[in-house]
Design a protein around this ligand. Sequence first.
Ligand code: C2O
Length: 541
Amino acid sequence: ESTRFYDFKVQTKRDTKLCNSKDIVTINGMFPGPVIYAQEDDRVIVKVTNKTPSNVTIHWHGVRQRLSCWYDGPSLITQCPIQSGQSFTYNFSVVQQKGTFFWHAHVSWLRGTVHGAMIVYPKAGVPYPFKFPDEEHIIILGEYWLQDLQQIEKATLASGGPPPKADAYTINGHPGPNYNCSTNDVYQIDVIPGKTYLLRLINAGLNTENFFTIANHNLTIVEADAEYTKPFTTDSVMIGPGQTLSVLISANQPVGKYSMAVAPYESGKIVIYQNVSAIAGFNYIGAPSDSLSLPAKLPKLDDEVAVKTVMDGLRSLNQVNVFKEIDKHLFITIGLNVQKCHSKTPKQNCQGMHNGVLAASMNNISFVNPNISILEAYYKKIKGTYTEDFPDTPPKFYDFVNGAPNTIPYDTQSLNGTRIKVLKYGSRVQLILQDTGIVNTENHPMHFHGHSFYVVGYGKGNYNPITAQFNLVDPPYMNTIGVPTGGWAAIRFVADNPGVWFLHCHIDIHKSWGLGMVFIVNNGQGELESLPHPPPDLPQC
Ligand code: C2O
């Protein structure tokens, strides 16, 4: 194993897009940010120095942080943010992991511009389980706003209403010809006829799940969330924020120019994202320079079938034989709701439905950020930061027997709190995530820190333990699962990584509204498996 050093300067940069200039927060002045390269089991050391006025943390998305929980990055979960002028050095090993990862800011909505790829190759001499590509390319999907992101977040939360749509979707930072002043702001790959390309797709967008497709070319998925999958060929993929997919493409079409396209998957009932797509080029060398790009055909924006087809196709490469005995069973509702306007915050305009504010919850608890990191409070036994009473099941008014996920018309009853669930070290856990949604049911990309999990089942409607079908043979091993709209997903994992681990919707506005909760995996037996000690330069709140 070797050690990879990186120096990340968090700095603002003047950025011009869509005929508009603004300051954006970046790493080393790059957008998207620098790529981290490593090999399986390598140590990665990144010194992050904050030269902006904003608070920052960086999360290494998909890295399980085996026995290194202090470096995971979510603000106020595992660390206090790195304040202006300060620095913090992340130091972790990518233990038994390889594939397509990414890193991103994990505080406020900074992820919108503070993100980049992290590529971990197999150890020297270890081949891919698929045809070795002639070339590989990183494709980062993003959303871009003309306004300052932190201001948008603040204004949205204060309004109680939904967030504004992105002003552009982007591919590696480029919106493409569908947007103002962007005819030449197009990402392009030059391809040689007959060669095979590996595209490493990363959705770093803030608030929408996206479809991705290439005109006239098939995509063969070979890896999802940095785990190999059985090769699965499709003409489009849906990728939620927080998900990564590696796909093989063979340049086997007539010499020409072909579009790559990205547009939102609109899983809810409320349709707001018509006719927005980012376009990039997949251009054969030898195509006349004035030839037009063949347009890509995206699925329709609410195409659930396209989503399910790919989901059904995701299987672990090899048989995994998931454990059958479960030590801890949790049933957790996830969804959007409306809360009454609080008198505490008189400035709220209460533009949500029924004169309330939009909110989100898990088992009816809207997650509230604590004042210091939960990990620090746990480690130092500081009282008053969180309570250990996150419920194992939803409250009684959720009635799953009689069809509708919720029998009360508008859930104004969700409680604010920083409630966590302690999991015994080594316990085998099954989690049923059930989408409810009184305001709107939606597909939620639920992301778990510190562990990957087997997606053993999912379906439409309400989870029914009698009829639910589970795959314990070759389910995919993921860190983010798009729970179907108004449906459920069952995941299993062994809680074998001591620390404090966030489980949340990777759609930032949902997270801001409280769609998250925290697990504490308590100490293992013996020195090697115990909670690590905090690093000396850990930021203070
Ligand atoms: Cu990629 Cu908690 O996030």
